[in-house]
Design a protein around this ligand. Structure first.
Ligand code: ATP
Ligand code: MG
Length: 430
């Protein structure tokens, strides 16, 4: 029996310094071009394309292989005459071929464009497009940088439950399901757990999916999204803003250094790392919106329209701080100087909200009052609130929408582009 070929090199490893060497490469056939005397095969793997030169005596072996079939082959590296590449492979032996069945649902080379719906229905194939897979390579690197940066700042990575027995934050946006003889819910955030954990673990972070039963069909909402949540004892909302600014700048610098961000086409990210993120109070935003002819009321939430206006006025990253307390969840701390306001912030990139955070209320008595104010039953929170009687220190934290961050850094217009298998009100498969 013929011995099976095994891959020796990825595409990006085929460089001039190994000209003359015999290598085995594996991937899929992106293109076959027959120009008479030669056939050019373009094989691609996750790291890039490989041009393979086929001589006439091997034509019959390659001519009829359907595009997008997977293949492993061996050949010798030689200098290429083509301008776009330094080296190419001269085919010696074809190993196994794993055939693709045509017609395919989409053309992953992108020559024939498909709608995002069609592409998502064939996501595994869609990822063979370099522009698509690149987004997930960036996402993977960004996650690594996030973990590294937070660990450097003494945050411990934790994992809290996503199946919860009571509607912890009281929101109406919970997915409810049968759990044996009881009801259970999918977590909409790790808020209560992470606050409890700082009692002993001091600084924690969690990167996990959360679930919101919101029927919003926008390019920035999903029913399942990833959040980078942090929480730290003896920190306040200003500390958290500093930490998150450093985190985002590290991510930008890191993926730029890997060659995945082009500062020429992404002006705002270049500016972002050179300057301090702007900090605007909620009050200043209202003022500015009024001056620009918007009909806004002090105390009201900022509508989508207002946020878009603010985004036009502040196209980069900026914090909106000290929101009215009534707009914020019960666990946010009121502002010492103005009880109408809170020690909270959002980080915006233009119109898009990336982070919500704040200092937390740590007096259980006041939390009970806030719960009642918001129409929630304080007694339903006893399990949580008992922890506050065990020496709960002041603390602060936030949640960063990972999908939204990746979306904005890669210039994607739809959050679905940067999520492998997005979930929204109309999509729960594949
Ligand atoms: P929005 O007002 O944009 O709906 P939110 O204020 O309801 O967001 P938070 O509860 O503050 O969201 O969640 C923290 C972060 O998680 C948000 O700033 C955002 O980046 C992200 N996020 C929240 N909901 C979603 C969602 N449905 N899809 C994707 N990301 C989300
Ligand atoms: Mg928010």
């Amino acid at each position: 029996m013929k011995e099976k070929l095994k891959r020796t090199n990825f595409a990006k490893e085929l460089r001039e310094d190994i000209i003359g060497q015999k290598v085995n490469v594996a991937g899929w056939i992106e293109d076959i071009r027959d120009i008479g005397k030669i056939i050019f095969l373009v094989i691609r793997d996750i790291t890039g394309p490989i041009q393979v030169i086929v001589d006439p005596e091997k034509f019959s072996q390659v001519r009829d292989i359907p595009r997008q079939s997977s293949i492993i082959l061996s050949g010798t590296i030689q200098r290429s005459k083509a301008k776009e590449m330094k080296v190419e492979l001269k085919l010696e032996e074809i190993g196994e071929i794993y055939y693709s069945k045509h017609p395919l649902p989409i053309d992953p080379t992108g020559r024939l464009e498909s709608s995002i719906d069609k592409r998502l229905n064939a996501r595994a194939l869609d990822l063979r497009n370099e522009n698509v897979s690149k987004l997930f390579v960036i996402r993977s690197h960004a996650l690594e940088i996030v973990r590294q940066t937070l660990r450097e700042m003494a945050f411990l990575e934790v994992n809290t439950p996503k199946i919860i027995g009571s509607a912890s934050e009281g929101g109406a946006n919970l997915f409810e399901f049968d759990y044996f003889k009881n009801k259970a819910y999918l977590a909409q955030s790790p808020q209560l757990y992470k606050e409890q954990l700082i009692l002993a673990l001091d600084r924690v972070f969690e990167i996990a999916p959360y679930f919101r039963a919101e029927n919003s069909n926008t390019v920035r909402h999903l029913t399942e999204f990833y959040s980078v949540d942090i929480e730290g004892a003896f920190l306040d909302y200003y500390d958290i803003m500093e930490i998150m600014e450093r985190l985002i700048k590290n991510v930008i610098i890191g993926i730029h250094n890997l060659g995945y961000l082009d500062f020429k086409t992404n002006e705002f990210v270049k500016k972002a790392i050179e300057t301090k993120f702007e900090r605007l109070t909620y009050q200043a935003c209202i003022q500015e919106l009024k001056e620009n002819g918007e009909n806004v009321v002090y105390g009201d939430d900022l509508s989508d329209l207002s946020l878009r206006k603010l985004g036009d006025l502040h196209p980069g990253f900026y914090f909106i701080t000290e929101w009215p307390l009534k707009l914020k969840p019960f666990y946010i701390l009121e502002n010492e100087n103005d009880h109408f306001l809170s020690d909270s912030f959002d980080l915006q990139l233009g119109y898009l909200e990336l982070i919500s955070g704040g200092s937390r209320q740590y007096d259980p008595h006041k939390i009970r009052n806030r719960l009642a104010d918001q129409g929630l039953q304080p007694d339903n929170f006893s399990e949580h609130l008992k922890v506050f009687d065990w020496g709960m220190p002041p603390h602060a934290g936030c949640g960063l929408g990972l999908d939204r961050l990746i979306m904005s850094l890669t210039g994607s217009v739809n959050i679905r582009e940067v999520v492998l298998y997005p979930r929204d009100p109309d999509r729960i498969s594949p």
